[in-house]
Ligand binder design. Structure first.
Ligand SMILES: Nc1ncnc2c1ncn2[C@@H]1O[C@H](COP(=O)(O)OP(=O)(O)OP(=O)(O)O)[C@@H](O)[C@H]1O
Ligand SMILES: [Mg+2]
Length: 244
């Protein structure tokens, strides 16, 4: 589905991503982990053309998207739900959802998909005409994901979907991610919350200082205190048997 080959991102003299290569296969949930400033957001932003890459190549289903505009990449099926939700607070829930379909022209399909999202997220039906800024944090995160789904992505990249959410809502959002995969979606999930993300994901990549440090199966990481400690700065001590 997604093949990233030695992708680099630079902001002036700051090298945020250094020749990172990764793959996401159809139907997988892949976690992208690493500390603050590791380059996770820069990497997924470059994949969808929101920031320019300073070298490397990105393929989506065999199509080279490295030089394409974000709008065209979204149309081809790759969408990012940005960090910090980035919904339009002054607009209503309904208007936010319609904006997610801005790259589409099929009116009937858009209406049907809005209906589907309102069924999947009942709170959004209840608050359909409310301004988005009046939703709670968890509700805004649901809106952000629903809005991303309105572009009918094949590959959805979620940037820290659990950020700032209470544990119960984190569980709900992660449950939703599993549900989306069951519906055929492929997911790349950026998370600080390493344990929960690994419990959810099939595989994980760990970045640090712009470089890829580790890639492997989630269960292998979770099973090894040494790997967890070395790459994520945290063994399972005290977390053993932690839920989710
Ligand atoms: N627009 C920008 N201009 C200059 N430097 C930037 C910009 N965006 C990010 N950086 C720098 O690039 C590096 C990687 O940042 P990035 O946001 O990709 O990290 P991250 O892994 O997503 O971190 P976090 O977990 O805090 O979200 C950091 O050193 C950051 O300060
Ligand atoms: Mg980030």
């Amino acid at each position: 589905m997604l093949v990233v080959d030695r992708l680099s991102v630079a902001y002036g003299s700051i090298k945020a991503v250094r020749e990172v290569s990764l793959r996401v296969e159809k139907g997988e949930i892949v976690a992208l982990l690493g500390p603050n400033g590791a380059g996770k957001t820069s990497l997924i932003s470059a994949i969808v053309g929101l920031v320019p890459s300073a070298g490397g190549k990105v393929e989506l289903d065999g199509t080279d998207i490295s030089r394409k505009r974000t709008e065209d990449i979204v149309r081809l099926g790759a969408t990012v739900t940005p960090e910090g939700r980035k919904i339009f607070g002054d607009l209503t829930v309904g208007q936010n959802l319609r904006l997610g379909a801005a790259v589409r022209r099929d009116r009937d399909g858009i209406a049907a998909d809005i209906e589907q999202m309102l069924t999947m997220f009942p709170i959004l039906r209840e608050r359909f005409a409310s301004r988005a800024q009046t939703l709670s944090g968890g509700e805004q995160q649901q809106l952000a994901i629903a809005r991303s789904m309105m572009s009918r992505p094949k590959l959805l990249m979620l940037d820290e979907p659990s950020l700032g959410l209470a544990p119960r809502l984190v569980e709900q959002i992660f449950g939703l991610i599993t549900e989306l995969r069951a519906k055929g979606l492929t997911l790349l999930v950026v998370e600080q919350n390493a344990y929960d993300a690994l419990a959810l994901a099939d595989r994980a990549y760990i970045m640090n200082s712009g470089r890829l440090q580790f890639s492997g199966r989630s269960e292998d990481l979770l099973a090894s205190d040494d790997l967890m400690e070395h790459y994520l700065g945290t063994g399972t001590g005290g977390h053993a048997g932690a839920p989710g």
